[in-house]
Design a binder for this molecule. Structure first.
Ligand code: MTE
Ligand code: MO
Length: 426
């Protein structure tokens, strides 16, 4: 070969870049289309529930603005308080469908792996753009799944803010998957049509043969003999998904099923009326007995009016008991019987019951969760409480003694514990 030719058309490096390297007889446009379509269903649920979850944070409001103002999508709408399990359902779907989708994502990546080693890497400008899109898609998908799983484990091994990073990653992921689907739609339609829909799943192992050669290079140039049928491959993915689901879904449903969630963090605070998951303990939040003892006061304010109440004052008010869930972004949820003063009654004491929101502050000195903003429909719901007791006992220090916020369908992150201040504002 002449030097000029070599320069124009360099030979592929050895190993995975050579056409004969990838030998599975199952790879091909049809297999990738089936895996891709299932994956698309899963990520659609995950994306929609994720965006709804972001909106449920009321990100446009002061203390809730996790993503810097002006850099957020206009996703703020009034998140309802009914049904009370709405946020638990949304976040439970987000996390559990996300988990179930992981084996599908891995299988889909396996099915296209020869393309990731295509040689030459870029043959034209148009292909270069498409491959850049794929790099963003694969990168953002891996980032979203990895940060999501780590967050479910209540583990933050990185220095960036999870919510902000996961949200921006989602925007890149959604944009690049829409582009990818638009580009691949013709290939997917042809694969469905030419191979008669799901017909290839009927083939036994003995009947399993490679798909006809394709121009994309997914079908192996030198296929090996099959060791599993196509339905066997899908079955394997299904078993992986089912295993992940069974090992986690109990923490989302709560109650007695919690014990079945083998891969979920334990988080429990022992037996008794306060025996349900704790996210951050009083000790971790640096809440000391001196701060929550007899000297503790709740301060209510609206405009220039303010009222200061002790825990005894609060207990002497008309109390209400409601069964309501805490549903955390990490995917767990738990329903308990809370007893406390309706937030709307506290608002009335300072004439703040018409204001558009309330800023809740905690005794906690640092961390983003030391305060939260609730919208009017949230604090004005009859069932929205400043809870003082749970399941017939005083709140334990870890669950927010002397007082915490409990509101139907409120993201768990806003059920502020160790409350010190409620400021009703315009
Ligand atoms: N002050 C304060 N309140 C807080 C938190 C916190 O870290 N600090 N964590 C929140 C989160 S993320 C959740 S899910 C719930 C969990 O409540 P629990 O620990 O009583 O189960 O409390 C919320 N209230
Ligand atoms: Mo949470």
């Amino acid at each position: 070969m002449r030097v000029t030719e070599l320069l124009r058309d360099p030979p592929a490096p050895p190993g995975p870049f050579r056409p004969g390297f990838w030998r599975s007889p199952l790879r091909g446009p049809w297999m990738t289309t089936v895996l891709g379509s299932l994956l698309l269903l899963g990520v659609t649920v995950v994306a929609v529930t994720g965006l709804l979850s972001h909106a449920a944070y009321e990100p446009g409001l002061g203390a809730n603005a996790i993503v810097p103002a002006g850099r957020d999508l206009p996703l703020t709408f009034t998140w309802p308080t009914s049904p009370a399990w709405l946020y638990a359902l949304d976040q439970g779907l987000h996390v559990n469908v996300g988990l179930v989708t992981i084996p599908l994502l891995l299988a889909k990546l396996w099915s296209v792996i020869p393309r990731l080693f295509a040689w030459p890497p870029v043959a034209s400008a148009a292909e270069g753009l498409e491959r850049l899109g794929i790099a963003l898609l694969v990168g953002s998908a891996l980032f979203e799944f990895a940060t999501g799983v780590v967050n479910m484990q209540n583990w933050y091994p990185f220095s960036f803010n999870f919510v902000v990073a996961h949200y921006y990653g989602a925007i890149v992921f959604i944009a690049s998957i829409l582009l990818h689907v638009a580009i691949k739609l013709p290939v997917m339609r042809r694969a469905w049509r030419e191979r008669d829909g799901l017909a290839p799943l009927r083939a036994s192992l003995a009947q399993t043969v490679p798909e006809p050669p394709d121009e994309h290079g997914l079908v192996a140039a030198q296929p090996a003999a099959p060791t599993i049928s196509r339905r066997g491959l899908l079955g394997l993915v299904g078993v992986g998904s089912a295993t992940l689901l069974v090992s986690n879904v109990g923490e989302s449903i709560g109650g007695p099923l919690r014990g079945t969630a083998l891969l979920a963090p334990r988080r429990t605070s022992g037996p008794g009326p306060n025996g349900f998951p704790v996210n951050k303990t009083a000790r971790a939040a640096r809440i000391t007995p001196a701060m929550t003892g007899d000297a503790w006061r709740l301060r209510l304010a609206a405009g220039s009016r303010s009222v200061v109440l002790s825990r005894a004052d609060l207990l002497a008010l008309e109390l209400r008991t409601e069964e309501l869930p805490i549903a955390c972004v990490e995917g767990w949820s738990t329903s308990q019987h809370w007893e406390g003063v309706p937030l709307i009654a506290l608002a009335r004491m300072v004439g703040g019951d018409r204001t558009s929101h309330v800023l809740v502050r905690s005794l906690q000195k640092s961390g983003v969760l030391r305060r939260a903003t609730l919208t009017r429909n949230q604090y004005a719901d009859d069932r929205a409480l400043l809870a003082l007791r749970v399941n017939g006992a005083d709140l334990s220090p870890d669950h927010g003694y002397p007082a915490r916020i409990i509101v139907p369908a409120l993201p768990g992150v806003h059920t502020t514990k160790w409350v010190s201040d409620l400021r009703f504002g315009a």
